[in-house]
Structures are given as C-alpha cells and as structure tokens.
Design a protein around this ligand. Structure first.
Ligand SMILES: Cc1cc2nc3c(=O)[nH]c(=O)nc-3n(C[C@H](O)[C@H](O)[C@H](O)COP(=O)(O)OP(=O)(O)OC[C@H]3O[C@@H](n4cnc5c(N)ncnc54)[C@H](O)[C@@H]3O)c2cc1C
Length: 451
C-alpha cells in the first residue's frame, strides 16, 4: 500500500480518523496547526483537546442515543472511547473524563503509532490531489475557511450557528396545534400543510414575552464575538427591542386560521417547520436563542400545544464553522466538487465531542475502503452513526440546515411504535437493540483487517 491518507486537524474527529486508518494499515499524516497557530478556545498543543465541558454525556447504550454512539464506537475499536474509558471520572450515568490525561493519552497513542506522522502547521488551501480528510472543527482557521468558502460558495459555509429548538413531532399536542402554511401557500397538499401552528391569546403572548425577558441567558465565550446578524437575532433580543417585535416577526398571526377554533383570530402564532425527511422532528421557526437550557425548556413549554414537548435539541448561537453538508457532501462524506477530499467532525454539521469523533471514525473507514478499491455497504440508518451521516448528507432539510446532536428523532421509526411518554420508554430500548444488531452486521460486512 503506497497511498497516504492526510488528515487536517488533530481534534476529536481527526484523531479518531487517524487511528482507524492507521489500525487498518494505512499510512497517515495528521496536519495540526496548534501550537503554532491557536484558537480562542484551545489551550494546549495536544491532540483531541476538549475545549469546554469534560463530559461525553450519557453512557447508557440501551436508552440513550449518545450512549449508543459510545457503544458503536467501542465496537469499532475507537481510540476516543478507549482513552475516555481509561481516564473516566465518577459522574453517575455520564462518561466524564480527566481532560488533560485524556488528550495526553490520545496524543501519546497516535505519536507512538508506527503508521502515524504528526506535522504541526496550518493548512491554508484546499489540496489539489491525494487522499484527504478535513476535520478542522468549529474553529477552522480563517485562511482555510476562506479557501473552503471559495470552493463551496459563501452561502454554503457558515461561521456561526443559529440553532432553533427542535421538537419530537409526536410530542406536539395536535388538539391545540394545526397544520397549515401561511396563506395556504404551496402546490401540493403536503406543502399547504408544511407548518405546525401553535396559537396564543393576548394574555398568553404577554406572559411569554415576560418569561423571555426574565430568562437566564448564556454569554458568548471570551474571544467569540457576537457576530450575529439582524436576520438571526436571538428571540430574547428581539423581545428586548420591543414587546411587539416578535408579533410582527416570527410570531405574526397573519394568513393563518386556527383549524380547531376558526372563529377566533390568534393574537400570535408560533410556527414549527419540518426538520427532516422522516417528519419526526420540527424546529421552532425563528426561535434561535441564547437562553440557558433549563430556561428554554421552561419558557417553550408555556407555548400552547408544546406543554408536553420533548426537545431533540435546544437552541443556541455559537461561533461554529460548518458546511451545508446536505448539498455539498455525498453519502461517502466526499466533497461533491472535489471527491478526493472528505470532511469529518463538527465542520460537517454534527455537534459535540462524541458525534464529531464518530464522523471521524466513519470518514476514515470510508477512505480506507476507497484506497483499497473496496466498497463498503451503506451504514444502516438504524444505527446511531448511520442516522447521523444520513441526516447530514441528505436527510436534513438543506435550506434550514443547522448542526445536530445525535437523538432518536433521526432514526427511522419502528413499526407500530406507541407515541407519548410511555411509548418513548418502550421505544428507546427497541431502537438501541435494532441499532446494535445492524452495527455489528455492518462492521462484519465491511471489516477493515490490516492490509
Ligand atoms: C467554545 C466552544 C465550546 C464547546 N463546548 C462543547 C462542550 O461542552 N461539549 C461538546 O460536546 N462540544 C463542545 N464544543 C464543540 C466541540 O468543540 C466539538 O464538538 C469537537 O471538538 C469537534 O471535534 P472536531 O474534531 O470536529 O474539531 P476540534 O476538536 O476543534 O478539532 C479541530 C482541530 O483542527 C485544528 N485546525 C483548525 N484549522 C486548521 C488548519 N487550517 N490547519 C491545521 N489544523 C487546523 C484545530 O487546531 C483543532 O485541533 C464546543 C465548541 C466550542 C468552539
């Protein structure tokens, strides 16, 4: 084997990718810009630095989607999980790690691997040839960010996310909400019913504005400038600009008739828009926010129709470089316009340490197979890794694409699944059992034994 796999970025995704490829017998070069060039969040020159919390979140692989992701990565011999386990700290059902020992151990293992070379230095342009994985993360250096934007078009590369909360569709009370697009616009019945609407009376609206103004908010991190634009202001900032601003913005009631009470004109309406092709997830339109997570749950549950809502993810606005992957990447995670380049990690539009590492794992396995002239079967979308990659490479709505954590709303529904809270308690172990079997099947079918 004479080919070398180049990986740009030695973060969570790049480190995992390098390990997977090297263990499969491929020579790997990791190009990492730190410590020569830093970011506002990284503090060391080590690989796989965890820049904020020290948690890999739930480790429950039977009932939790991120716990399932842990399990799938362990089954695939993942370095990030192995080092996370080796440096685990007590944290109840979560997997918390000693961050310094963890990233030192990842660095040491990769440094010691005979097939891995680590080169420190910034990559500033897209490579013309060879085999590459770009895993430069949410804080991709500005020179490389500009080079990527020049290739993809600036509309397809974002430098901030503006995440509106996402709700599991089956937890929206359809005795209160109704399906209708504003002014019944749309060519097909599906389009005319594309939005779900939650109505508010004047009192409910005033109470909602009070709650928004009083809620706890998070601040931008030091060095992370608040570069958001008027088009994606947090809802609480809109409310601060005037109590009526939201009613003339994302909560305007015009062009909508309450199907349950056609004679009562709503004072304001909260709209939800489909977030994935499966129709299992809806985002609250225009509700990007910097409210703290606890405050978001409390405030959003006061919206009529969302009183029992379960959130697949809560809102946020962060410095975050990410691609519009549904339009730019193929199902093999290759840049359509330059297929010798794959992307992995948070820059593909997943979010979180574990999700990013999982996308590194997959990108490397796909690259290794390609280098060997092998073709891997598609990853089953019933697995956590498969659900994530299916979402970012086409399952998500490209127009409203925002970074996504792993959650069961991304999984194809189970036949005859019960809805509601009790249904969820039964559904989750069924999802994870199906995923485990399918992931093991995929690993066996696409086994990457050393060359
Ligand atoms: C402020 C902040 C707080 C966060 N908090 C959390 C949290 O609490 N929990 C959580 O799960 N996730 C959190 N995240 C997200 C987390 O950083 C990512 O999920 C994870 O680190 C992504 O892994 P990655 O490998 O894609 O990127 P990273 O881990 O960031 O790795 C990318 C690597 O690429 C390098 N690089 C960048 N540009 C170049 C270049 N041009 N040439 C060479 N190397 C380059 C960087 O130095 C870095 O080492 C946070 C992100 C930020 C910015």
């Amino acid at each position: 084997m004479t080919h070398t796999l180049h990986i740009v970025g030695g973060g969570l995704a790049g480190s995992e990718a390098a390990w997977q490829a090297a263990e499969a017998g491929i020579d790997v070069v990791i190009h990492e810009m730190r410590p020569q060039v830093g970011t506002f969040a990284h503090k060391t020159g080590d690989l796989a630095e965890m820049v904020c919390s020290n948690s890999f979140r739930s480790d429950d692989s039977d009932n939790n989607a991120v716990g399932l992701l842990h399990w799938e990565m362990r089954q695939a011999g993942g370095l990030i999980m192995a080092m996370g386990d080796a440096h685990r700290l007590p944290a109840g059902g979560a997997l918390a790690v000693d961050r310094e020992a963890f990233s030192a151990a990842v660095t040491e293992r990769l440094h010691a691997h005979p097939r891995v070379t680590i080169k420190h230095g910034e990559i500033t342009a897209l490579p013309e040839d060879g085999h590459w994985i770009i895993a430069t993360g949410p804080l991709t250096s500005s020179a490389l960010g500009q080079a990527i934007a020049a290739e993809t078009g600036s509309d397809a590369l974002a430098f901030f996310d503006a995440i509106a909360p996402i709700v599991h569709a089956d937890t929206i009370d359809m005795d209160v909400a109704w399906a209708q697009s504003r002014y019944d616009k749309g060519e097909t019945e599906d389009e005319r019913r594309a939005y779900l609407n939650c109505p508010m009376t004047k009192d409910e609206y005033e109470g909602f504005i009070d709650a928004l103004l009083a809620a706890d908010k998070t601040e931008f991190h030091e060095g992370e400038t608040a570069g958001y634009f008027d088009g994606c202001l947090p809802i609480e900032v809109m409310a601060e600009r005037g109590r009526e601003t939201l009613r003339f913005g994302p909560m305007k009631p015009i062009g909508l008739t309450n199907a349950h009470k056609p004679d009562q004109k709503p004072y304001a309406v909260v709209q939800l828009r489909r977030d994935n092709k499966l129709g299992t997830l809806y985002n609250i339109v225009g509700f990007q926010t910097k409210m703290k997570y606890g405050a978001q749950t409390e405030v959003f549950k006061t919206i009529p129709g969302l009183q029992d809502a379960a959130f697949a993810r809560l809102g946020g606005i962060h410095r975050n470089t990410f691609l519009n992957s549904p339009t730019l990447l193929d199902e093999q995670m290759r840049l359509r316009s330059r297929p010798h380049i794959r992307f992995a990690g948070q820059i593909t539009g997943v979010e979180g340490y574990v999700e990013s590492a999982a996308m590194g794992l997959l990108a490397a396995r796909l690259a290794v197979a390609e280098l060997r002239g092998q073709s891997l079967p598609p990853v089953p979308p019933t697995t956590a890794i498969g659900a994530l990659v299916t979402h970012i490479t086409g399952g998500a709505e490209a127009k409203s694409f925002q970074p996504m954590n792993v959650n069961f709303g991304l999984f194809p529904p189970l036949p005859e699944a019960k809805s509601g809270r009790r249904g969820r308690r039964e559904r989750y172990p069924a999802y994870t059992a199906r995923a485990k079997e399918d992931w093991q099947g995929w690993l066996q079918a696409g086994a990457l034994a050393p060359a």
